[in-house]
Design a protein around this ligand. Structure first.
Ligand SMILES: C[S@@+](CC[C@H](N)C(=O)[O-])C[C@H]1O[C@@H](n2cnc3c(N)ncnc32)[C@H](O)[C@@H]1O
Length: 414
């Protein structure tokens, strides 16, 4: 932590016990960002407001956390960079707060989502999107009535995952979307298709391998597609109207490896606010395999460069987990240092995880590796979170599992 004497305080909140360290003003801003009360009413839930509620994404940041961090750690009009932008939560909140938003991710589905979510739309654009969706649905309905066959051969994974009539309907929706001219609306409609895929499948969600048998009527997939397209249009309209005036420059989102960062210019960012993968917890490549394939997105870079992947950590000796994460995090910190202005803040939202009985403490590892990568650890807030994974319960017996907001600052050039 910084030269200031270390203070430790404890706050108790709905989300669990919060422990802080570092200078009081900064630690309290971090604690406030984590302290998000669960919504009592689905209609009033910030996690589902406007574009945030459109498409699922594993380990999304809570929009209230993102909004508070953006306002606390970046200057008005400044540039916020999220190099693990996922579905774009930080970028959306940065734009709403009048900041310029720069983002990247190695998952092409994330890049597609973040780009579409951060692009403001005019009323005519929103109406055009709904009209195009209606054309797609009409095409699928015509093919269904004509009992037309599939336009391509589907692999066994798809045959196992969907009822035959659902697969045929999805095929018609997809082939019509692919035939549309290459324009932003086509990208939106492909995301609408992605948003309904799981709901008409035999899988409960991206991160579950379970099987559910749903009874899906003929025509339901098309109906759901239309409802989702209308919902997306409404959400895009609401987001666009909520932007400040004059609106900040458009979000700029690219496919980039956060441990390399080819895209951004040197010292372009006033703040980095991001949430790296939670080590050993998710496999984005595997979770999104279906969506990536249905959207014809090339996942080659993700396959080669995803960090923190659960399967890779599961194959390790459990004692090697913390060192592996220290190495992956260091590669990211060294890459991102170049993009930040000297002295500028880097806020990491990260949770503890485990490989079998050995905990990977996100806060301790970040504090250990940061100085060697050109960052000074400044403050942190850590809120306890339940741990549901029974096989690694022993890892959190002595200290609970925490979600952390960690503030580092880029050291000045030496
Ligand atoms: C915790 S999620 C970020 C979620 C995001 N904050 C949101 O609200 O949707 C971590 C992200 O890291 C990405 N990722 C994994 N390895 C990466 C790498 N080497 N470079 C860039 N992104 C990577 C994953 O694709 C995933 O989107």
């Amino acid at each position: 932590m910084s030269d200031e004497p270390k203070r430790r305080r404890s706050l108790s909140h709905v989300g669990g016990h919060t422990d802080t360290a570092g200078p009081r003003a900064e630690a309290e801003k971090l604690a406030h960002a984590l302290d998000v009360a669960p919504a009592t009413d689905a209609d009033d839930d910030p996690a589902r407001s406007h574009v945030h509620g459109f498409h699922t994404y594993p380990a999304r940041m809570h929009p209230t956390t993102a909004a508070r961090l953006v306002r606390a750690f970046s200057p008005p009009g400044g540039k916020v960079f999220d190099p693990f932008c996922g579905s774009g939560t930080v970028l959306v909140e940065a734009l709403l707060a009048g900041r310029a938003a720069l983002g990247s991710d190695l998952n092409p589905l994330a890049v597609r989502l973040a780009r579409c979510k951060t692009r403001p739309r005019t009323e005519p654009e929103v109406e055009y999107l709904v009209a195009r969706a209606a054309e797609v649905v009409q095409h699928a309905e015509d093919r269904r009535r004509a009992r037309a066959g599939a336009t391509r051969r589907y692999p066994p994974e798809d045959v196992d995952l969907f009822d035959p009539h659902v697969l045929l309907e999805l095929d018609s929706l997809r082939s019509k979307i692919e035939s549309l001219p290459d324009e932003p609306t086509t990208l939106d409609l492909a995301l609408v298709l992605s948003a309904i895929l799981m709901k008409v499948s035999r899988r409960p969600g991206d991160t579950s391998g379970a099987v559910v048998m749903r009874k899906i009527r003929a025509g339901f997939a098309s109906k759901l597609f239309m409802q989702k397209a209308e919902d997306w249009a409404t959400r895009l309209g609401a987001f666009s109207r909520a932007l400040p005036s004059p609106p900040p420059p458009r979000g700029d989102v690219s496919l980039d490896d956060a441990t390399v960062l080819k895209a951004p210019r040197d010292e372009v960012a006033d703040a980095v606010i991001t949430s790296p993968p939670y080590a050993a917890t998710y496999d984005y490549l595997y979770h999104h395999e279906l969506r990536l394939r249905w959207l014809n997105l090339d996942a080659g870079m993700l396959a080669r460069g995803e960090i923190g992947g659960r399967a890779a950590y599961r194959r390790m000796n459990e004692d090697d987990g913390p060192a592996a994460w220290a190495w992956e995090l260091s590669r990211f910190l060294k890459a991102v240092r170049r993009v930040l202005k000297p002295g500028a803040p880097l806020v990491l939202v990260a949770a503890d995880s485990a490989v079998r009985n050995v905990a990977i403490r996100a806060d301790e590892i970040a504090a250990d590796v940061a100085p060697g990568c050109g960052f000074n650890p400044v403050a942190r807030a850590s809120q306890s979170r339940p741990h549901f994974h029974e096989p690694s319960a022993a890892a959190f017996r002595t200290r609970p599992r925490f979600e952390h907001a960690l503030l580092l600052r880029r050291s000045s050039p030496s």
